[in-house]
Design a protein around this ligand. Structure first.
Ligand SMILES: [Zn+2]
Length: 150
């Protein structure tokens, strides 16, 4: 897929959570999107993508871009975490429009604890997730934030 590019410049003290799962915007007007895998045989979508289909055992998975937006399906507030994570933080499960069975777990950022609710509309963002103390790097990955109406 041509649209999937690697438009990111990491700083010396940063590392990616994982290669090939985020489509980074190539211009300020674009939004980041997650890259999922879709089975050519049954259409099932997996994120992160798998090398073969977990539903029908199909062996051909193609890359697809998920919508930038989804809905918060469930969440919890994390108050204790392993070193490197800031607490409290909100850990959510997000549903995207492409596949009603697909649930994406991620932190919910830029959201006050008192403002979070199930069904909240959220959008994908790229952010620093935690600090990897073994590598002494800040880990860059995806999260979601509430969609703000302007
Ligand atoms: Zn399949």
């Amino acid at each position: 897929m041509d649209k999937i590019t690697k438009n990111i410049q990491l700083e010396e003290d940063q590392m990616l959570l994982r290669e090939g799962i985020i489509n980074f915007p190539s211009s300020p007007g674009e939004k980041p999107q997650l890259i999922a895998g879709q089975c050519e045989a049954c259409g099932d979508i997996a994120f992160p993508k798998k090398i073969w289909c977990g539903k029908c055992d199909g062996k051909v998975m193609k890359d697809i871009l998920l919508s930038n937006r989804g809905k918060l399906y469930a969440y919890t507030v994390v108050r204790q975490a392993v070193p490197g994570y800031e607490v409290p933080n909100i850990l959510g499960v997000v549903k995207v429009p492409e596949d009603d069975e697909l649930l994406i777990m991620a932190q919910i950022r830029e959201c006050d604890l008192k403002d979070v609710f199930n069904g909240m509309e959220v959008e994908t963002i790229i952010t620093e997730l935690y600090t990897d103390f073994l590598r002494n790097k800040k880990v860059i990955g995806y999260a979601f934030k509430p969609v703000t109406v302007n």
